[in-house]
Design a protein around this ligand. Structure first.
Ligand SMILES: Nc1ncnc2c1ncn2[C@@H]1O[C@H](COP(=O)(O)OP(=O)(O)OP(=O)(O)O)[C@@H](O)[C@H]1O
Length: 238
């Protein structure tokens, strides 16, 4: 379980997150909300990319915010970004290897982790291909393999579905749904694709102007009147 307590982030006059307290359970939690609601900032606090914040995040008994960013990686925190981070000059398998290299695995274990992550995300056949030659879905799968490889405990995905067709999202969906069985990791998933959230996340939290306005079973959250009004743009009939 991840226990988030009173997390507040301010950027000058903007309060990006305001006293967010919530407990999140595996396997996958959706994070939704309008543009600028604070979703990426929320993941940035996990990753250590926010200089000034208050509050605590306890993940499976570890106080994450006491760890330095490289210690969080060793602990098992992984992340994909809105702007993808695949390195064009490296092959698919080297893109995964470079994530595992600093984590202290033996080379035998590392190679086994790379191979199984590529298998899991469905891009084994492209393992020797330079990333510059991949299509957009293969690049996204390379990123997911980077997140899935080794022994991650928490995987943070920031809009992995953006820009993909329905058929492509179906593959993404199966990888996200399979992550917990594959390696035991819990996933936090930001996406504007409500169908993807519904298909992959048993529970979902909703941010609006930096505040948590709903959390619970995804089906309940998506039918909540306040959520529908602020996020889905649906006014309830009087
Ligand atoms: N480094 C920063 N400096 C100043 N303001 C920031 C910074 N990062 C985020 N903000 C502001 O904090 C608020 C929350 O931004 P954030 O990117 O977390 O929202 P979001 O919900 O992820 O939005 P989107 O769905 O558009 O990605 C916004 O008002 C944004 O402009």
């Amino acid at each position: 379980m991840i226990d988030i307590s009173d997390v507040t982030v301010r950027f000058g006059g903007v309060t990006a997150l305001r006293d967010v307290s919530v407990q999140l359970e595996p396997p996958v939690v959706g994070i939704i909300g309008p543009n600028g609601a604070g979703k990426t900032t929320f993941l940035n606090v996990f990753s250590g990319f926010v200089g000034s914040f208050s509050g605590t995040i306890s993940a499976f008994g570890t106080e994450l915010l006491d760890l330095r960013p490289h210690q969080r990686a060793r602990w098992g925190l992984r992340r994909s970004f809105q702007q993808e981070q695949v390195v064009d000059e490296l092959t698919v398998e080297d893109n995964v290897r470079v994530v595992l290299d600093p984590l202290g695995y033996s080379s035998r274990n590392r190679e086994a982790y790379v191979a199984s992550a590529l298998e899991f995300t469905g891009i084994s056949s492209a393992r020797k291909v330079r990333a510059s030659e991949l299509n957009a879905l293969e690049r996204r799968m390379t990123e997911l393999a980077r997140c899935a490889a080794g022994q991650p405990r928490v995987v943070l995905l920031d809009e992995p579905g953006a820009g993909f067709s329905q058929r492509e999202v179906a593959h993404l969906e199966s990888v996200i749904r399979g992550m917990h069985s594959f390696n035991g990791a819990m996933t936090l998933l930001i996406d504007h694709d409500v169908d993807l959230i519904q298909a992959t996340c048993p529970s979902t939290m909703v941010l609006n102007f930096g505040s948590l306005i709903a959390v619970g079973r995804t089906s309940d959250v998506l039918t909540d009147a306040r959520v529908r009004a602020v996020y889905l743009g649906v006014e309830e009939a009087e």
